[in-house]
Ligand binder design. Structure first.
Ligand code: PGA
Length: 237
């Protein structure tokens, strides 16, 4: 079985560097001998301190800007992240799309990240409204087509299927439905690595790996609880 990929997305948490370091260290301690690739994505401001002297756990960012450098107040470049030892970046998360990030901007970010050899976790997913209207496939296809327009598909690109209605709601997507969506994604982008994300917990995590084609998981809320996150990582071994 190939190596599984488990990503912890801390979002805008925790509130202090000390808490971030404690959380990171307890996760690191708990997963010492696992075979999966485990990636932690803290807020930007904690990355330098966490990256220093780090080994064992890979680091990811939650966003980047699409230009290389220059007069872009408040933005962070792919190269800056690479320089810190960051390997992954989440692009197109629904919480950013909600704030106005379009498929076109996501496309620019993906190109920039891949050009700089960052591994991209490209998030796609339908809202409850899309799902109710039977538009799921159409939405997923549009997000993929525009997001990956003129993007060379490489090993460094991973697609995370994250139904918006399942994120942070405790209402995870059923295994059958996840399986279908992942098959649909793989039909559009053959051989692509995929993750499932949306209310993943240790009670449901193993099923996504055993019963769908997903190559790993994108974990939000549960990655802030070291014990629970360690259980999730161990459940896919
Ligand atoms: P959740 O978040 O696990 O808290 O639902 C997943 C995500 O936003 O990536």
């Amino acid at each position: 079985m190939s190596k599984k990929l488990i990503i912890g997305n801390w979002k805008m948490n925790p509130n202090s560097l000390q808490e971030a370091k404690n959380l990171f260290n307890s996760i690191k301690e708990g997963i010492k001998n696992v075979k999966s690739e485990v990636v932690i994505c803290p807020p930007f401001v904690y990355l330098p301190a966490i990256a220093e002297g780090n080994s064992g756990l890979a680091l990811g960012a939650q966003n980047i800007f699409w230009e290389e450098k220059g007069a872009f107040t408040g933005e962070i470049s792919a190269e800056m992240l690479k320089d810190l030892g960051v390997e992954y970046v989440i692009i197109g998360h629904s919480e950013r799309r909600k704030l106005g990030e379009t498929d076109e901007l996501i496309n620019k970010k993906i190109k920039e990240a891949l050009d700089d050899n960052l591994k991209v976790i490209f998030c796609i997913g339908e809202t409850q409204d899309d799902r109710n209207k039977g538009k799921k496939s159409e939405i997923l296809e549009k997000q993929i087509k525009i997001g990956l327009n003129e993007v060379k598909i490489t090993e460094n690109l991973i697609i995370a299927y994250e139904p918006v209605w399942a994120i942070g709601t405790g209402n995870n997507c059923g295994v059958e439905e996840t399986k279908e969506s992942i098959e649909f994604i793989k039909k559009i982008v053959p051989n692509i690595k995929t993750l499932y994300g949306g209310s993943v917990k240790s009670e449901n995590s193993g099923d996504y790996i055993k019963k769908t084609e997903a190559d790993g998981l994108l974990v939000g809320g549960a990655s802030l609880d070291s014990e629970e996150f360690i259980k999730i990582v161990k459940s896919v071994e």
